[in-house]
Design a protein around this ligand. Structure first.
Ligand code: CAA
Length: 384
């Protein structure tokens, strides 16, 4: 590892590694089958400080830096990608948006519930006809006295069913395009909010992905996050941190896939020798380890820039783009190294291969990351 980690970061990594391998890993395959949301594990993760890692201690968080957070998240992803995506949206998007944009009263009300994992957070931006282009969303929020009345449908919402608090974006002024979008803190169970269709997915099966339906859902005006018209900026800022989280997830799953493949080829005999003895296999392993290291460095670099208070939009997208494409290549190759057994549910590589597939899609597809990266390059006057 080239990035020099501090003693504290190494300690957090080793604590989370132990928890992840002992508590999260043993039931991951079963969860993939049953789709059971690991509510008990999230409670334990709350107790360990993993559900509000970057939240200041006065609101119940751990106050760690982003580098420690990505280390922890990739350790959880190593064992169970379904658990990791919930942790990622909760920490990177929901807690960080509250940290940055909430009023003192909102922080006091919601952050302790989130950091203890009494409530899990969700982020409702995407709609049936507004995925890569969230400015075209159709959900509206109309002011009515002390309330805003929200109407519309959200789609593909991670933890839509199990969340306690949802950050919802809606149009408060149709004429102003992205400047007419606002964000709201909506508690699950608010009248007018129902959970719609629950997706039956290829991977990440223990994390619920749902439609959320808003029908005259009345939310107190004091639950607006940020100012009216700031919702798109809040969503984009949240996605910068979210994308580092997806890079961390990718690194975690890729490390797990490579470890599984190395173990397999060391044990498997063909043509009178261990498969690991063949040079073609060894070179594949070397290339994969190098790609994982490169992704990890991009992840650390974006996280460290965030910790230094620098703008890291481009670097977060680069980390997400490279790491999510890397893990898809690597889970494919590691499955190949398992031969026919890789295609069965007897080996965890089959689940990792399925879980990784969405990483190049959610929180901005690879194509969107390329738009973000190139826009930042053309905007940057320092580029030669
Ligand atoms: N931080 C802060 N502000 C930002 C920003 C950022 N990273 N990116 C853009 N903005 C601001 C711009 O400065 C601009 O504001 P001003 O007019 O005040 O200057 C405003 O936002 C509009 O910017 P653009 O003109 O660039 O916006 P656009 O409509 O062209 O869209 C986009 C840009 C990058 C394509 C954006 O729409 C995008 O990221 N799309 C993908 C959406 C996405 O990732 N969705 C995933 C949803 S979450 C999820 O996956 C589910 C889950 O739970 C896991």
């Amino acid at each position: 590892m080239f990035f020099k980690l501090t003693d504290e970061q190494l300690m957090i990594q080793s604590m989370v590694r132990e928890f992840s391998r002992k508590v999260v890993a043993p039931t991951a395959a079963e969860r993939d089958k049953t789709k059971e949301f690991p509510a008990d594990n999230f409670k334990k993760m709350g107790e360990l400080g993993l559900m509000g890692m970057m939240v200041p201690p006065e609101y119940g968080g751990e106050g760690t830096d982003t580098v420690s957070y990505v280390l922890a998240l990739s350790e959880i992803a190593y064992s169970c990608a379904s658990t990791a995506v919930v942790m990622s949206v909760h920490n990177s998007i929901v807690c960080e948006s509250l940290n940055k944009f909430a009023t003192e009263a909102q922080k006091k009300k919601y952050l302790p519930r989130l950091t203890s994992a009494e409530w899990i957070g969700a982020f409702a931006l995407t709609e049936p006809h507004a995925g890569s282009d969230p400015v075209s969303q159709a959900t509206t929020a109309v002011r009515d006295g002390k309330f805003y009345v929200i109407n519309g449908n959200k789609r593909f919402i991670t933890t839509g069913k199990n969340a306690g608090l949802i950050i919802v974006t809606a149009k408060t002024d149709e004429s102003k395009k992205h400047k007419g979008i606002s964000a709201f803190l909506v508690e699950n169970g608010t009248p007018g909010l129902t959970v719609g269709h629950i997706e039956d997915k290829l991977g990440l099966r223990a994390s619920d992905t749902t439609d959320l339906i808003f029908e005259n859902c009345r939310v107190l005006a004091e639950n607006m996050l940020g100012k009216e018209g700031e919702g798109f900026k809040i969503a984009m800022t949240a996605l910068d941190c979210g994308r580092i989280g997806i890079a961390a997830q990718s690194v975690g799953v890729a490390r797990a896939a490579l470890d599984a493949a190395v173990k397999y080829v060391k044990e498997r005999d063909q043509f009178g020798q261990k498969v690991a003895k063949f040079q073609g296999i060894r070179w594949m392993v070397a290339d994969m380890a190098t790609e994982i290291e490169a992704a990890q460095q991009l992840m650390f670099s974006a996280a460290a820039m965030k910790d230094r208070g620098e703008k890291y939009t481009k670097e977060a997208s680069m980390a997400k783009l490279f790491a999510s494409e890397m893990v898809n290549r690597i889970t494919g190759k590691c499955l190949q190294l398992h031969g026919g057994y890789g295609f069965t549910k007897d080996y965890p590589i089959e689940r990792m291969y399925r879980d990784a597939r969405v990483f190049t899609i959610y929180e901005g597809t690879s194509e969107i990351q390329r738009i973000v990266i190139s826009d930042q390059i053309f905007k940057d006057k320092r580029q030669s």
